[in-house]
Design a protein around this ligand. Structure first.
Ligand code: G6P
Length: 611
């Protein structure tokens, strides 16, 4: 987590950096800071949002052409002014911004304390910069060399940028485990955790690799690794529009992203699926396609919403490809000595492509000979790069911390992969295959229709916005949707919510039901419909308040439920892409009505780059 931005060039550095940090606030927002060279090396930092920092900066004093900035998600030390980044070195000649965790920081700190150093903050990052300075002083070497030597000694994850009082024309950056992109403009350079702070200035970028150090010195970019081996920067051209990362008239990014879904799902299928021609092509899965087709089992790893997408995929793959699927929380998988054999197939799902636990699960599986397929949204992200092959979700930048359009795009990609495999394996009939291709093409217009429920959902939100608890129930393909609905509500409105398989309710959650308890049923017409209707009756009998998401035209459930939300009919296997829409909207409106910060909920971060 944490977002970092740095600039060197002819513009006012603080303007570029503050604007960039605002774009990166999804990565963390408990404090923010900036270091500038204006007279001397000055650090301005503050607990709170980037806008709080901005309000304290007096423009005329800030004329600096070089600077580094940070927006923080606390790992070491509580969010306060001292722990905010940047951090000075002991002499105040250097300043650092850091995203990641230095695992051996306490032993390094002890060493430095023994030598007489002292610390202003509780962070591992301040230890990092003092350690670099100590190496520079002891070895009487250049800053570049001191950084390199320090990197051979620290354990953990980092994306760092360092500036020096003595060298206004230089920035030094490095990465291992946390992302860092360098934008190359005319006589200027931008560094950031992702490309969003960069794209309005240039679309030429270099993604730094693990163990690489970038030295920007006198308008020139050089790369080397921690073993001191130089390399040539590989410049890529970004394909991203500025408008994709702005709110476009919506009050929140989350609402914009919910409403973008008809388009993002279409974008995800574009050029890949053509039902008319019976064509389904995934350009990113070629060489290893047969590994998927011949797999004895598939392991899916992910976290959060992406894990829910994995659960839907489990139903889909097992039904159509007849292959056993295990869906694993990446954080559990990596630490439980899992059984992985040479040639096993893993699908890793991640919006950001940077989630630390998912990355570690991949590394573990890879080390045992598994073939990894990445399903990521962020192009060029770490998970996309370490996977053998994969398919991007192409949902466009997702800025709201609560994931919405990435989820439906993940379902789209995973369904396409499964259909491709099923077709190759012959575990699906031609008729069913074509039916599903046609129905997938219809999903964007059905999502569009589901979005028309907006006004109706506001009424439900108004009625239940003060509830203390919520229960979400569904079966089959709609069970993961229940989990996702509950997660959305928890994340942004801070109401306790649980998702459960509807039939499991009897084994515990039913005890919670009374006249105060709203119970959201995802009860669309499918193979478990009758059973879900019985579950609704069980809730009614205990005076629970039923809110039901049903298929349009349902005549039965409206007689039982307090609120009914009708979504368009679609294939049972594709229903999650449609039935999740009202749940996204419900959580959004409840959060707005409760005055919560929808796009930046407390304690959360969009990209969890710490384990
Ligand atoms: C965080 C985000 C969630 C996301 C999860 C996994 O918790 O707040 O929205 O689902 O990380 O992230 P990933 O980028 O791997 O999908």
């Amino acid at each position: 987590m944490c977002g970092i931005v740095a600039y060197i060039g002819p513009r006012k550095a603080h303007e570029v950096i503050i604007k960039g940090l605002k774009r990166l606030e999804y990565r963390g927002y408990d404090s923010a800071g900036i270091a500038l060279l204006n007279g001397s090396l000055n650090i301005y930092k503050k607990k709170g949002r980037v806008s709080d920092l901005e309000n304290t900066l007096e423009d005329e004093k800030l004329a600096s052409r070089v600077g580094i900035g940070h927006t923080r998600w606390a790992t070491h030390g509580e969010p306060n002014d001292e722990n905010a980044h940047p951090h000075y070195s002991f002499s105040k000649n250097l300043a650092i911004i850091h995203n990641g965790i230095i695992e051996n920081y306490s032993s390094l700190k002890q060493e430095l304390l023994n030598k007489g150093y002292s610390f202003k903050s509780e962070t591992d990052s301040e230890v990092f910069i003092q350690f670099i300075e100590d190496i520079q002083v002891n070895n009487d070497c250049s800053l570049e060399e001191a950084v390199r030597l320090a990197l051979t000694k620290v354990v953990g994850a980092y994306a760092i940028v360092i500036m020096s009082k003595d060298d206004p024309n230089m920035l030094i950056a490095a990465r291992k485990g946390s992302p860092l992109v360098i934008g190359i403009g005319k006589d200027e350079f931008f560094l950031a955790s992702d490309a969003t702070p960069i794209i309005e200035y240039t679309n030429e970028v270099v993604y730094l690799n693990d163990y690489e150090i970038a030295i920007i010195d006198n308008n020139e970019l050089r790369l080397k690794n921690t073993q001191d081996v130089a390399s040539t920067p590989y410049i890529q051209t970004l394909d991203m529009e500025l408008e994709a990362i702005e709110k476009g008239g919506y009050e929140h990014f989350m609402l914009k992203e919910i409403f973008e879904q008809p388009r993002s799902i279409s974008d995800c299928m574009r050029g890949r699926l053509n039902a008319n021609k019976g064509r389904l092509v995934l350009g990113g899965i070629r060489e290893y396609a047969n590994k998927l087709v011949n797999a004895d089992r598939i392991i899916i790893v992910a976290c959060g919403t992406s894990w829910h997408a994995g659960l839907v995929a489990e139903y889909f793959f097992e039904e159509f490809c007849r292959v056993p699927v295990e869906v694993e929380y990446a954080s559990e998988f990596r630490y439980r000595n899992p059984i992985i054999k040479e040639g096993d197939v893993m699908i890793a799902i991640s919006q950001s492509g940077e989630t630390a636990d998912t990355l570690a699960a991949i590394e573990l599986a890879k080390s045992k000979g598994a073939i990894i397929f990445g399903v990521c949204n962020v192009v060029g992200s770490s998970i996309a790069r370490v996977s053998h092959e994969g398919a991007y979700t192409h949902a466009g930048p997702e800025i709201g911390v609560a994931s919405t359009k990435a989820f439906t795009a993940q379902l789209t990609v995973l369904s396409m992969i499964a259909l491709r495999v099923a077709h190759k394996k012959g575990t699906i009939t031609e008729r069913r295959y074509h039916e599903l291709l046609v129905e997938m093409e219809n999903i964007p217009s059905k999502v569009e229709k589901a979005l028309e429920l907006d006004a109706q959902i506001k009424l439900v939100a108004e009625r239940f916005k003060d509830a203390k608890n919520f229960l979400y129930l569904g079966r089959g393909y709609n069970f993961p949707v229940a989990l996702e609905g509950a997660l959305k509500l928890k994340e942004i409105s801070y109401i306790h919510a649980e998702g459960y398989p509807a039939a499991e309710m009897k084994h515990g959650p039913i005890a919670l039901i009374d006249e105060e308890m709203p119970v959201v049923f995802i009860a669309t017409r499918d193979s478990s419909y009758d059973k879900v209707v019985s579950n609704i009756q069980e809730v009614k009998a205990r005076k629970g308040k039923v809110i039901a998401v049903v298929t349009e035209g349902d005549a039965l459930i409206p007689k039982m439920a307090e609120f009914v939300i009708e979504v368009p009919k679609t294939d049972e296997a594709l229903m999650p892409m449609v039935s999740v829409i009202p749940l996204q909207l419900l959580s959004y409106y409840i959060a707005v009505m409760r005055d919560c910060n929808v796009d930046q909920p407390r304690n959360l971060a969009k990209s969890v780059t710490v384990e």
